[in-house]
Design a protein around this ligand. Structure first.
Ligand SMILES: [Mg+2]
Length: 319
């Protein structure tokens, strides 16, 4: 069995690290001096290969899922990251979103895990989308490859999002992303897999009142010519809809892991998260071997990150 956990998570981690030094930089500036590989310092003054909250929170989920699905345990991991800098590159938390911080403060005050996440329209940053990927491996191990038609499986995706981001729009983004990610595993045709993944998720939401009201925000993703949109029509902000669109657009526009994540970083603004979200998908489709070795070799705590991936991969065989 190929290790898809390693491919997806390392794809996300490497892309996050590529984006960290240029986070918040605008597109025009990056056009003049595009990112072509791992840079040092920049926005957060970190050495090359430093990954951020996107990877840290993803690793919390990876580690927790090795023991099964336990929302309280996932939240305990998130809090350990925020308060004790566990799961970090260099023992420092330098990047945390407001909605995530508020949810974790509620959790530390004793609020139940599934009631901590932000529920207002303003709580639709990309903070749950950036860390949702590991749930695809869990769902495939429990429900098989067709989990997108199973209510219980979708509810799990929504709950994992809701730990920090409980608004329906964020939950739908996670649902679409996980559906696409699952289709990309063992896929042959990139375009067909992405389209099918989007379609399956949208079908589900269309038939579920409460979600269907939010669906118009994702209308562009359902267009046949979505990948033909000009770069000027793609926004790479921290808004969850923008991030999901940008990540999928980068994947469809390019033909290698390297080109996909560099395209994502060079869109500017929320560089690390747009790249991380794209990189998870690209890692799954192109495989671990497609990730440039000179990028992997500088990843902070690479052995630790990869061993967590391997543990999750191994845990599925034991069930
Ligand atoms: Mg980040």
């Amino acid at each position: 069995m190929a290790n898809h956990v390693l491919a997806g998570i390392m794809g996300l981690c490497v892309a996050d690290a590529l984006g960290v030094p240029v986070e918040f930089m605008d597109r025009e500036t990056l056009k003049r001096n595009p990112v072509t590989g791992m840079r040092s310092y920049g926005t957060y003054h970190q050495p090359a290969g430093t990954w951020s909250d996107d990877t840290s929170m993803t690793l919390c989920l990876v580690e927790s899922l090795t023991k099964g699905l336990d929302y309280h345990d996932i939240m305990k991991g998130f809090l350990k990251w925020l308060d004790e800098a566990a799961y970090t590159s260099h023992g420092q938390v330098f990047d945390v979103g407001n909605t995530t911080r508020q949810a974790l403060r509620r959790f530390s005050r004793g609020i139940p895990s599934l009631e901590c996440g932000g529920t207002t329209e303003r709580d639709n940053g990309n903070g749950s989308l950036m860390r949702i990927l590991p749930i695809v491996f869990y769902l495939r191990s429990v429900y098989g490859t067709d989990f997108c038609e199973i209510d219980e499986a979708l509810e799990i995706i929504h709950n994992v999002s809701a730990l920090t981001h409980a608004h329906k729009r964020s939950q739908i983004a996670c649902g679409i992303y996980v559906s696409v990610a699952s289709m990309l595993i063992d896929a042959t045709d990139l375009g067909i897999s992405v389209e099918t993944g989007i379609h399956k998720a949208i079908e589900y939401y269309r038939n579920h009142p409460g979600f269907s009201d939010e669906l118009h925000h994702y209308e562009r993703l359902t267009r046949k010519d979505f990948d033909k949109l000009d770069e000027t029509e793609i926004r790479s902000s921290g808004y969850v809809v923008d991030t999901l669109e940008a990540a999928i657009w980068c994947l469809l526009k390019t033909r290698s892991f390297k080109d996909c994540v560099l395209t994502a970083v060079n869109l500017g603004e929320d560089t690390d998260t747009v790249a991380a979200v794209a990189g998870g998908l690209a890692g799954l489709y192109y495989g671990y071997e497609s990730i440039p070795n000179d990028w992997l070799s500088v990843i902070a705590k690479r052995d630790y990150v990869e061993s967590l991936c391997n543990q999750l991969h191994a845990s599925f065989r034991g069930r």
